[in-house]
Design a protein around this ligand. Structure first.
Ligand code: GLN
Length: 320
């Protein structure tokens, strides 16, 4: 056998192995379509958005969304990364245990990332994606350099979403990502590894600023999506949130503002002059958060920004 033939054979084996690893089952188009229709009907009966069936088929089984939109040809063989039996089991859990589909699949798309998630971390929300654009705009407005080595912090990083977003938005920054939960920090680290950003993100397990004492006065920006839901509202959240997401990532104390108060009051000690604090909050909290920031007398400009649904969702302060 020539060297070229050996190489070709090895390549063929590699392809075969990859396919064997990734394809769990091949089903006919009409069988897949029937499964989809049945699952959608069950979703509607359980007051769950039937579009989640396509999410599951796409993210768990690797079925192209376009194929699902058009409807696969009846006799076309569709390769699935998970068998229909597995998918049925996942969908049953979705319907009966109200487990969020992102935990079932184990990942969620967020900005340009495909983030691993588990019940140890809050599922990153689409509205939080805007925090990164706001951080970029605020840094530009404050004349903060985006090219010198500099430091940012993501407090309560969870899956690491914001830290990854900041590390990408500010390509020469070091991002300090803090979480009280060791399990969350492990997921965040895994996500940083998957995106090749570990060299510029440092992870800490601890409470808010506690692990960052050596960075006093040095941070260009602090970004956080802290727990902000009033404790008494937790039980009435959707069961997907109330029964599955980590309460520590949601519970903001009696008025929901405990963590925001703590961060707003502590941040000035860690920011450089002109450095920014950017916080996510709940609908209806804008006036209270503005008041909390103003009461410190440390922030020169306090601004509130809406999310894409028009809800006042983010508060920004720049250190005097
Ligand atoms: N946005 C989340 C929700 O709607 C709450 C996240 C948080 O408390 N930071 O459930």
């Amino acid at each position: 056998m020539t060297a070229a033939e050996t190489a070709a054979e090895t390549a063929a084996e590699t392809v075969a192995e990859t396919v064997a690893e990734t394809v769990a089952e091949t089903v006919a188009g009409d069988r897949l379509w029937q499964w989809r229709q049945q699952s959608r009907q069950a979703a509607i009966a359980h007051q769950i958005d039937p579009a989640e069936v396509d999410w599951l088929l796409h993210h768990a089984a690797g079925v192209e969304p376009l194929l699902l939109k058009l409807g696969p040809p009846a006799d076309r063989a569709i390769a699935l990364r998970r068998s229909l039996a597995d998918l049925t089991q996942l969908w049953t859990e979705r319907l009966h245990a109200r487990t969020p589909v992102q935990y079932l699949v184990g990942s969620v798309p967020w900005r340009e990332f495909d983030l691993a998630v588990s019940p140890a971390v809050l599922i990153p929300r689409p509205e939080t994606e805007l925090l990164i654009d706001l951080a970029l705009a605020a840094a530009a407005q404050q004349g903060l350099s985006t090219h010198l080595p500099h430091h940012w912090a993501d407090l309560g990083t969870g899956s690491g979403a914001i830290a990854l977003g900041l590390a990408t938005a500010f390509p020469t920054a070091t991002v300090h990502a803090v979480d009280a939960s060791g399990d969350a920090a492990a997921i965040a680290r895994q996500n940083a590894e998957a995106t090749g950003l570990t060299s510029r993100i440092q992870f800490y397990q601890g409470s808010w600023f506690e692990p960052l004492s050596r960075l006093a006065g040095q941070l260009q920006g602090i970004v956080s999506n802290p727990p902000y839901i009033p404790t008494c509202d937790l039980a009435s959240l959707d069961p997907e949130v109330a029964q599955h997401e980590p309460p520590a990532a949601l519970d903001g104390g009696p008025d929901g503002l405990d963590c925001i108060r703590h961060i707003a009051r502590s941040a000035p000690h860690y920011l450089q002059p002109g450095g920014i604090l950017l916080l996510e909050m709940m609908a209806g909290q804008a006036a209270a958060v503005t008041q909390i920031l103003a009461a410190t007398e440390e922030y020169a400009e306090i601004q509130i920004y809406p999310d894409l649904a028009g809800i006042e969702r983010f508060a920004l302060g720049a250190l005097k």
